[in-house]
Design a protein around this ligand. Structure first.
Ligand SMILES: [Zn+2]
Length: 372
């Protein structure tokens, strides 16, 4: 009998070792496919709406995209604050057409705005601060003309003042409208590349701790969305220590906001963008308790490294960590029409071509992994 048990044990152990089960026991507990396979597109111009919706219906299901984040910023005809509609703003009817295309394609539509930073482009101030200049964190200077970077003000993009008492009523209305029209259950609040925060001349923020102020704003937006049962997505760069991680001031923070990572709710989808390298920051966010997506742009090698990292952590970690690595989020930063044309092989700018190529290679690899 003892001999039989020994033989049985030996056989069982041999089977486990030979199948590699001992290495991937954690992976057995999580879904094999990535839960989120998202793409970011700018809100289209009205004249490109048909092309945009055709792309959603045809290309997204074929590629395996299951979430489309549309970067509206102020490009929507808000009913609550019509004065905040930017040039070319889409009507409710037009957004409903986008939503219908997404429904047809089985793709979830997620609206995106930029909060805190990015209240101006390099060339113009965006509607929130032109219509409500009292919300400007730095009303005392204009973008340098001609625009040069870096410059004496460290100017990149304007921020709103998160401490202004009248601000959030406006922001929440805008968010609510976009959520409603998109029938969304997630909302992307931006919050990247914030360089103006607690400005020494702001009567409300001067002397405040930047990390605390940043965390307060994240939490305020989060609480509003949580109250509506909406998941908050945001960029992760302000939570990364640019000096210690060697990531610099763009894809990470050099102005101490990285300390805010320990001051905000964890139930946030962190969009961890890195365009020229693939540092192991998704694991960092997951270990801190956040859900996270790896976000590439134009470099397919970077995108594939990010995917490998996500899969590696998912396959080698316990379920609690592994399930926080939710997937990937391909970004695009030009005009949606240019990206779509590049996708269909038309001759457009190099950057759009690379971006579409990156998207194709990344999603092709995801499909390959899924079939294995
Ligand atoms: Zn302020």
């Amino acid at each position: 009998m003892k001999t039989h048990l020994k033989i049985l044990s030996f056989v069982l152990i041999s089977v486990i070792l030979s199948t590699g089960l001992h290495n991937s026991c954690y992976a057995q507990e999580i879904e094999k496919d990535l839960e989120i396979r998202a793409l970011l597109l700018g809100a289209p111009d009205s004249e490109d709406l048909q092309l945009f919706n055709k792309f959603i219906r045809e290309a997204l299901p074929e590629e395996g995209v299951n979430m489309l984040v549309v970067r509206f910023r102020y490009k929507y005809q808000f009913e609550s604050y019509p004065e905040l509609a930017d040039e070319g703003a889409l009507s409710k009817k037009e957004v409903k057409q986008i939503l219908q295309a997404c429904k047809d394609a089985g793709v979830k539509l997620i609206p995106k705005m930029n909060f805190l930073g990015h209240q101006s482009s390099r060339t113009k101030v965006l509607p929130l601060l032109t219509e409500y200049p009292e919300f400007d964190e730095t009303p005392h200077f204009e973008p340098p003309d001609p625009y040069v970077w870096p410059n004496e003000h460290d100017f990149y993009c304007k921020s709103y003042c998160p401490s202004h008492p009248d601000l959030h009523k406006v922001l929440f209305s805008l968010m609510d409208e976009l959520i409603e029209v998109c029938e969304a259950d997630a909302f992307h609040v931006g919050m990247d590349e914030v360089f103006y925060l607690a400005d020494s001349k702001c009567p409300r923020c001067s002397g405040r701790d930047k990390a605390e102020l940043y965390a307060e704003e994240v939490t305020r937006l989060f609480n509003h969305l949580k109250g509506k049962n909406i998941t908050m997505w945001m960029w992760g760069d302000r939570f990364l220590d640019g000096k210690t991680m060697g990531l610099g001031m763009w894809q990470a923070s050099m102005n101490t906001t990285f300390k805010a990572i320990d001051l905000v709710p964890k139930d946030i989808m962190i969009c961890d963008w890195h365009y020229n390298e693939a540092p192991p920051t998704p694991a960092y966010f997951a270990l801190k308790g956040f859900n996270v997506l790896a976000c590439p742009y134009t470099d397919a090698d970077v995108a594939l490294s990010q995917l490998e990292h996500i899969n590696q952590v998912r396959n080698s970690s316990n379920k609690q960590i592994a399930t926080r690595l939710k997937g990937v989020f391909q970004t695009s930063w030009g005009n949606a029409k240019d990206f779509i044309q590049a996708y269909y092989g038309e001759d457009v700018k190099e950057k759009d071509k690379n971006c579409a190529e990156c998207f194709k290679k990344l999603f092709s690899e995801i499909r390959n992994n899924s079939e294995k």
